[in-house]
Design a protein around this ligand. Structure first.
Ligand code: DAH
Length: 342
């Protein structure tokens, strides 16, 4: 094919028109290929230069090279226009409001009973205790008999316990059965706490619920004395409630301990003088005592060689005292307005 300057002029007019008409960057690229690509119009024209008569070849060649430069310039400037237009649309459609204040990420909270339990575990682990667990569905042997709670004891009244199976399996009414299970499966020395849920058929009110939590303690070794128990209670109560609290220990009665005691801490609000929230200056935190020799025997431990102490505290009660919560039921309701205060 031969070309002449007229053909080149036609290519120039056509190129200007098509470049201007390209409506986006992809269309412009298409136009570029059609003009300058291997099979493009200008490329074809350049290739045809060789067949021109020598006198025309130089002028046509110069014109063709100039045209190539013009086309490249036109392409580049159209490309800039199209890119600017694209970015403008993008900015209109996909803008980001840098002044927008997102709602804050809400953090979860540990349940107050979880916090108390963690603290109790930390305190006793400093004293070398391990954590032991027992089943929540218990049998009468572990929950009652082995703990010296005979058949006719009021705690066995079905009014107090939830039985799940023809009078023999029940939801444990306290964590004390873990004492028996642990002694039967471990040799002394024993030093454990056993936290967990317990169940009683109590009418619900601000200080009673049919499900609550206890933490049991059991120490069995040679020469364990009441003074060891007293020191342990004092260390525990001061660690949990602060060094300024006074501890009061009074006699009590439990079938599985002899002697039995109850421990109270001085009220943090009135300092022990007595106020509306403590009614008398003292707040009871746990029951305890020296493990009854028969209970040791029921756990497979020889009371002639070993002695021990045990204690049982209401975890809910400890949390109520520590966090000044006045209604036990709040711990079970999971109202976030309550939980997020901890
Ligand atoms: N098991 C008792 C209760 O539920 C609490 C208790 C008292 C546990 C004295 C003990 C203890 O280990 O020595 O009321």
């Amino acid at each position: 094919m031969s070309v002449n300057v007229g053909d080149l002029d036609a290519i120039a007019v056509d190129a200007r028109q098509r470049i201007g008409a390209a409506s986006d960057e992809a269309a412009l690229e298409q136009v570029r290929v059609e003009l300058l690509g291997k099979k493009g119009a200008l490329t074809g024209a350049l290739r045809g230069l060789g067949s021109l008569p020598a006198d025309q070849r130089a002028a046509a060649g110069a014109r063709a090279n100039a045209l190539k430069g013009e086309i490249e310039t036109m392409l580049a400037s159209r490309a800039r226009e199209l890119q600017a237009a694209r970015l403008q649309t993008l900015g209109d459609q996909e803008w980001i409001d840098m002044t927008f204040v997102p709602s804050p990420v809400r953090r979860g909270h540990l349940h107050p009973l979880t916090l108390i339990l963690r603290e109790v575990k930390a305190i006793f682990s400093r004293l070398g205790y391990e954590v032991a667990l027992g089943p929540q569905v218990e049998d009468e042997f572990h929950n009652f008999e082995a703990l010296n709670i005979p058949q006719e004891h009021p705690a066995r009244d079905t009014m107090d316990s939830f039985y799940v199976d023809a009078d023999h399996l029940l939801l444990r009414t306290h964590t004390s059965p873990v004492q028996i299970r642990y002694m039967l499966s471990h040799e002394p020395p024993i030093r454990i706490i056993a936290p967990g849920a317990v169940y009683r058929r109590d009418a619900t009110d601000p200080s009673h619920a049919s499900q609550f939590y206890q933490v049991e303690g059991l120490v069995v070794d040679r020469d364990i004395r009441l003074s060891d128990l007293k020191g342990t209670i004092e260390y525990f109560a001061r660690s949990l409630f602060g060094p300024d609290r006074r501890i009061r220990i009074v006699g009590d009665h439990f079938p599985f301990t002899e002697p039995s005691i109850a421990a109270a801490v001085s009220c943090g609000i009135c300092g022990g003088a007595g106020c509306r929230s403590c009614k008398g200056g003292w707040l009871e935190i746990l029951g305890a005592g020296m493990v009854h020799p028969q209970v040791l025997r029921n756990g497979g431990v020889d009371p002639d060689h070993y002695s021990g102490f045990a204690f049982g505290a209401g975890l809910d009660r400890l949390a109520m005292l520590k966090y000044n919560v006045t209604d036990l039921r709040l711990f079970l309701e999971n109202d976030v307005r309550f939980l997020k205060q901890f």
